[in-house]
Design a protein around this ligand. Structure first.
Ligand SMILES: NC(=O)c1ccc[n+]([C@@H]2O[C@H](COP(=O)([O-])OP(=O)(O)OC[C@H]3O[C@@H](n4cnc5c(N)ncnc54)[C@H](O)[C@@H]3O)[C@@H](O)[C@H]2O)c1
Length: 441
């Protein structure tokens, strides 16, 4: 099938590339000229494991092309995916201007049948708004006709290619039989193992995405509160995690406490659902608490640090391992590390940071205010303490001898619970993690 993907960010590029991988011909369109030029020259603008190989293969086989020209991109396409940003707008509600703006531009150029698929995360009722835009601007006399489908994306950055190629489920919101048939055909190569394509109405589909992200964010905030309680009562959150995770109704995943969720989705999507509920006069109490808990949890590592130094960290030097909001991505949107850096700088500390993928992005924000090192060990040289903000695999089993020769004081504040407590005792560290016993000399 011939497909256009409008918006070539994390979702658009993964979607376009993975759709090309099953034989479709895909044109990705973006307004960012620099990004498009980069992709046209065969360079990938994001770090996403496994994507680069598919990206090159499909470009070479002429199934994947890039343009800034919307008319050219959609001219021959039967399906047009919208993978546009939906950032928080007024009061936290999703800003639909990108999606509705693109719909209007499309409506003015479409002269035959197209299936318009919204992949962006959008509030309930957006499909109706998109349909209304087409109703108003589409030139039906010249053959223009559309179906509008909601098809939320559930991929996780870091494993996005796997998630797209073998999704747990595909959710499709449409009442149109023609649209259902086309979408079934398009997605059938991705669900060969039997995972479901779930058809529903547009509104339910739109809400499914928010419900999924908000539920996961709730699970994280719940475990963060359990962890905080563990520290007060002398319990161990790891034991509790295993104890409750063995219950199939609860499940083992998403039970790791930390320093608050970040990323481009959970923070904005929880906020948008609360806002959307309140627009329908519903006070979503649990999610308001989730937001509050997460904001507090993002401060917890710096609080621990201030406690340890009795409030005075002026002139202290910290090594910061991890900047991305999670491992295996270069995405720093809403990353807890950014809050940590801001707080530490406010208190007059100095920071040397290392991240395998996200340093240039952080440099764009903080410039010369913090230093960066080319590997995790150099950051430790002369540091008063190590602060861990992202659980990259290469931090899990570091060379502790080398660390000891570099760090000034054997002090670790670990926001990701990477190390075994007994090991930290044996190595003689002060080790402060989340929801576990404090290791001190
Ligand atoms: N990132 C994720 O993990 C993820 C997962 C599931 C769903 N989503 C949702 O998918 C949507 C896109 O997210 P993302 O992370 O890919 O965003 P992104 O910011 O990485 O990418 C959006 C792209 O759209 C481009 N763009 C903006 N206006 C345009 C226009 N008028 N025409 C063409 N291109 C335009 C931007 O230049 C950018 O490249 C959001 O609604 C998000 O909530 C994201």
């Amino acid at each position: 099938m011939k497909i256009a993907v409008v918006g070539t960010g994390y979702v658009g590029l993964v979607t376009g590339t993975c759709l090309a991988e099953t034989g479709n011909t895909v044109t990705c369109v973006d307004i960012n000229e620099q990004k498009v030029k980069l992709m046209q020259s065969g360079q990938i603008p994001i770090y996403e494991p496994g994507l680069e190989m598919l990206f090159h293969r499909n470009i070479e086989q002429s199934r994947l092309t890039f343009t800034t020209n919307l008319v050219e991109a959609v001219k021959d396409a039967k399906i047009v995916f919208l993978a546009l940003p939906t950032p928080p707008g007024e009061g936290g509600a999703a800003d639909l201007s990108y999606v509705l703006g693109a719909a209007e531009s499309l409506a003015k150029i479409i002269i035959n049948y197209k299936l318009i698929v919204t992949k962006s995360t959008v509030p309930v009722g957006t499909a109706d708004k998109v349909k209304a835009v087409f109703e108003k601007h589409l030139d039906k006399t010249s053959g223009g006709e559309v179906d509008v489908v909601s098809n939320p994306e559930f991929l996780r950055e870091g494993v996005a290619v796997d998630d797209f190629m073998k999704p747990d489920r595909v959710v499709i919101g449409t009442k149109s039989e023609r649209a259902q048939k086309i979408m079934s055909e398009l997605y059938s190569p991705y669900v060969r193992q039997g995972n479901p394509i779930i058809f529903m109405d547009e509104r339910s589909s739109e809400l499914t995405k928010y419900a999924a992200n908000s539920f996961l964010a709730t699970k994280i905030s719940f475990m963060n509160e359990i962890a905080n309680l563990c520290e007060l009562v002398g319990a161990d959150v790891d034991a509790i995690r295993r104890g409750i995770g063995a219950d199939e109704r609860i499940g083992k995943r998403f039970l790791f406490p930390g320093i608050g969720y970040g990323g481009s989705c959970f923070p904005k999507d929880v906020q948008a659902l609360v806002q959307s509920a309140s627009e329908h006069t519903y006070d979503f109490k649990i999610l308001n608490s989730v937001l509050e808990v997460n904001a507090l949890q993002k401060k917890i590592l710096v609080e621990k640090l201030l406690n340890y130094y009795k409030g005075d960290i002026k002139g202290k030097k910290f090594a910061l391992w991890g900047l991305a909001f999670k491992p295996e991505t270069d995405d720093i949107r809403e990353a807890p590390a950014l809050d940590i850096i801001e707080n530490l700088l406010e208190y007059g500390a100095t920071i040397t940071a290392f991240d395998p993928q996200a340093m240039s992005q952080v440099k764009n924000i903080f410039g010369e205010k913090i230093s960066f090192s080319s590997n995790q060990y150099d950051a430790l040289e002369g540091a008063d303490a190590l602060v861990i903000a992202t659980e990259w695999s290469l931090f899990r089993n570091p060379d502790f001898d080398r660390m000891e020769s570099l760090i000034k004081h054997k002090v670790i504040f670990d926001g990701r619970n990477l190390y075994d407590l007994q090991k930290m005792i044996d190595l003689g560290y002060y080790y402060n993690s989340i929801g576990r016993k404090l290791v001190q000399l």
